[in-house]
Write a protein that binds this ligand. Structure first.
Ligand code: SIN
Length: 524
């Protein structure tokens, strides 16, 4: 699979000697073949239409989660590098906001076309730095591209309102304006899609953006930036920066710099709370897509085979590393044993390994901290009486980041898995007796992102969908993500919606204009 040696670095700027040393070391790194090697950007970030290193020359290393081998390095941006980037984004905003919706639409469409045309290379980068199987990575590229397509279609359709005034003779209307320069902070689990989901609406309405790419997966975002450049997105409108050790200071700059008018963050609830606190100093508009603890409920009137397929799709997507993965699988007692047997049978068929290998269905987790958490959850459940029906252990022979797809039965709410997001390939099955009981337990969580249930009873379908305290409900399906649907949570899963018509509003401010003394009657 690893066909040739490290690709040359594309940079329009001078390269410092420390970087040259690091390139020399990287030249022994084996990298997967890309059709277009210039999409692989090392040691440079995309700022104001230029590829530049960190002002300090510092870089950090990124490792392949499957092999633990070095992939390459990326710039360690500092707060002052971020501040300069924001200044460029602010200059770009002043002209970009005045393009027509149709002009912005065409730019997004061009970017979409380029993402589609380069899908294989983008998928290769995703698998390499994130670990997910190549087929899943290709699926992510399609998902990511679709956000550009969807929002390119919205860009020319940004309407305000006319409002009947309560004051005689007054006329009231609203203008939807772009909020300004946006700071977008994105996670490693979808290196492409979580970025396009934020950039799509931002550009559609006329904002410029500074994207902080995740330290684990910077190369896919940088490749997207290269495609933005080729699409002719005006310089400074899209900026992609990287940091690892400096992530806290970069986050601090993005959330306190007064020029940034909006922050959109996808990640943990803990970090979301911190960013929100920091944003309060300049009262920024905020969207937070934070952690979940998704209940997945199978009632005894469900189609069991369909429910098993839905649970597999939801729980094991990206090896359990999505915020909407089923985290607590509740199965009504009458069908519990049948469901558990059929579910375990499906999980047994998984093939775990390097995502580049044919037939692999599940790749590694992102790093050893993820493995440690998963292992702790299994050990905790086991010590409190759960039965390990399948898996349950690390897979050191495959590499340090692999864990067996695991099925646990006899789960109870005393176990850590009932309260914390596992973010890994471990499915715990909880028996329950009544609808009232399971909905109460499902809602006993401070977070509420996604929830799923399977039932063929129409009345129950409406009742339970209305009672679950989550932002998104899947009924008789384990997959709910779609650029056309509003994605987001309630409670400590955050607020704001991404994708869909609602995603557009997150990047706008509503300006109200009142015309006074206009009268109603025609003049004689
Ligand atoms: C996430 O894990 O935050 C996003 C998952 C999705 O878009 O489906």
């Amino acid at each position: 699979m690893f066909l040739h040696k490290a690709l040359s670095v594309t940079s329009r700027t001078a390269i410092r000697s420390s970087q040259l040393r690091s390139f020399a070391r990287l030249s022994s790194t084996m990298v997967p073949k890309l059709k277009d090697p210039s999409l692989f950007k090392q040691n440079v970030c995309y700022v104001n239409g230029e590829w530049i290193p960190a002002s300090s020359g510092k870089t950090f290393e990124i490792h392949d989660p499957a092999t633990s081998k070095l992939i390459g390095s990326a710039p360690e941006f500092s707060a002052s590098d971020v501040s300069n980037t924001i200044t460029h984004a602010a200059t770009a905003f002043e002209s970009f906001r005045h393009l027509t919706g149709r002009e912005r639409s065409k730019l997004l469409r061009k970017w979409y076309d380029l993402v589609v045309a380069n899908a294989e290379d983008l998928a290769t980068l995703i698998t390499w730095e994130n670990g997910k199987p190549l087929a899943d990575a290709k699926g992510e590229v399609t998902y990511a591209a679709n956000f550009f397509e969807w929002f390119s279609e919205e860009a020319p359709r940004i309407y305000g309102d006319t409002i009947p005034s309560s004051v005689p003779g007054n006329r009231v209307f609203t203008i939807k304006e772009p909020v300004g320069v946006c700071g977008l902070i994105t996670p490693w689990n979808f290196p492409a899609a979580m970025i396009t989901r934020k950039i799509g609406p931002a550009l559609a309405v006329g904002c410029s953006v500074v994207v902080k790419a995740p330290g684990e997966t910077p190369f896919t975002p940088l490749a997207l930036a290269e495609l933005a450049d080729r699409a002719g997105i005006p310089k400074g409108v899209v900026n992609v920066i990287t940091a690892n050790e400096n992530t806290v200071e970069v986050g601090q700059e993005l959330t306190t710099n007064p020029t940034i008018r909006k922050i959109s963050f996808t990640g943990s609830t803990g970090v979301g709370k911190l960013l929100m606190k920091q944003c309060s100093s300049t009262l920024k508009k905020l969207s937070l897509e934070l952690g979940g603890n998704a209940p997945f409920i199978v009632f005894d009137d469900a189609d069991v085979d369909l429910a098993v397929a839905g649970a597999i799709a939801s729980k094991f997507r990206s090896s359990g590393q999505t915020c909407v993965c089923a985290n607590r699988i509740f199965v009504q007692r009458g069908i519990y044993d049948e469901f558990a047997a059929k579910f375990a049978e499906k999980v047994k068929a998984f093939k775990v390994g390097n995502g580049f290998e044919d037939g692999i269905t599940h790749g590694p987790l992102i790093h050893h901290r993820a493995i440690d958490k998963v292992d702790q959850h299994v050990r905790d459940a086991e010590s409190k009486g759960a039965k390990v029906v399948l898996g349950g252990h690390k897979l050191p022979d495959l590499g340090e980041n692999f864990f067996q797809p695991t099925v646990l039965t006899g789960m109870t709410t005393e176990m850590a898995m009932a309260h914390e997001e596992t973010f890994g390939p471990v499915a715990g099955l909880y028996p329950f007796d009544t609808e009232e009981e399971v909905v109460r337990i499902a809602n006993e969580s401070p977070v509420g992102l996604a929830g799923y249930f399977f039932s063929r009873d129409l009345e129950r379908v409406h009742r339970v969908a209305e009672h679950l305290e989550v932002g998104m409900v899947g009924v008789n399906t384990g997959l709910i993500s779609d650029p056309a649907s509003p994605f987001g949570g309630v409670k400590e899963s955050g607020f704001g919606r991404e994708g869909s018509l609602y995603g557009i509003g997150e990047y706008q401010v509503t300006k109200m204009v009142t015309y006074g003394g206009m009268g109603k009657r025609l003049q004689n």
